[in-house]
Structures are given as structure tokens and as C-alpha cells.
Design a protein around this ligand. Structure first.
Ligand code: THU
Length: 130
């Protein structure tokens, strides 16, 4: 799948988000190595801090279906600008998906593409658990 199309899926995924408190919709579209697609939206709870981001929703959905190899994740939000993944999502994405491509899409439909390593340099990981 082209990254442009993956990014459009992230925009669509905003519809499955549930942000009644912030009213800030985020959508994520995660692509596996064999081209399967998992969508996620942010889900907020009344205890606020237990909210889960769109990116982690998508990753946990995929992992719980047995997926282990990933290619890229796209992220879209209500902000007109690019929505970068939060620090917690960067760590979880690197831990579970490896150094995948991260595609952000803004309201003009421009794409910004970075490697996860660029977003989270010098990360703690498996290799540090000695
Ligand atoms: N949010 C995400 O879903 N992903 C991000 O990368 C940044 C923030 C959500 C969490 C919360 O529901 C709302 O956006 C406002 O922070």
C-alpha cells in the first residue's frame, strides 16, 4: 500500500476515536509487513490519565491478533498541523514494531515521514535488559 493511501486510512480512523473530554480526534493506521491494516482511534475515560492514544490502540489490536512484523504507521488528527506520536507511543511502537516508518498527515494532505529511531533516539530496549 502506498503511504499516501495509508495516511488517508489514518484520517478515516479518526471516526472510530472516542475523545469525549478533549474532543481531539486522532486516528492511526498500522501496516503489517504482509500488508494487513489495523486502525486505531484514541479512547478517553473519565479518569483522564487512563486514556489510550490512537497509535497504541492500533498496535495492541494488531498484536492481540498475532501480528509481529510491521512496516509503517500513519497518524492523523484534528490539528491542521502534523500530529507526532507522544513519548509513550514512541516507546511502545519501537518495543513492539521495531524501527518502522512513521507517516504524519496534515490538513493540507502533506506527508511527513520519519523513522521511529529519529523520533526516539538512544531508546531503552531489549538490548539493555542484560
Ligand atoms: N493523542 C493520541 O491519540 N495520539 C497522539 O499522538 C497524541 C495524543 C490523544 C490522547 C488524548 O485522547 C488526546 O489526543 C489529547 O491529548
Amino acid at each position: 500500500m502506498e503511504y499516501k493511501e495509508l495516511a488517508e486510512k489514518a484520517v478515516e480512523a479518526k471516526k472510530i476515536s472516542y475523545p469525549p473530554y478533549s474532543n481531539f480526534h486522532v486516528g492511526a493506521a498500522l501496516l503489517t509487513e504482509d500488508e494487513k491494516l489495523y486502525l486505531g482511534g484514541n479512547i478517553e475515560t473519565p479518569s483522564y490519565s487512563l486514556t489510550i492514544c490512537a497509535e497504541r490502540t492500533a498496535v495492541f489490536k494488531a498484536f492481540s491478533e498475532g501480528e509481529r512484523k510491521f512496516k509503517a504507521i500513519a497518524i492523523a488528527s484534528d490539528s491542521p498541523d502534523f500530529c507526532p506520536p507522544c513519548g509513550s507511543c514512541r516507546q511502545v511502537l519501537l518495543d513492539l514494531c521495531g524501527n518502522i516508518d512513521v507517516i504524519m498527515i496534515n490538513h493540507k494532505k502533506d506527508l511527513k515521514i520519519l523513522k521511529l529511531n529519529e523520533l526516539l533516539p538512544l531508546a531503552f530496549g531489549d538490548k539493555d535488559l542484560t
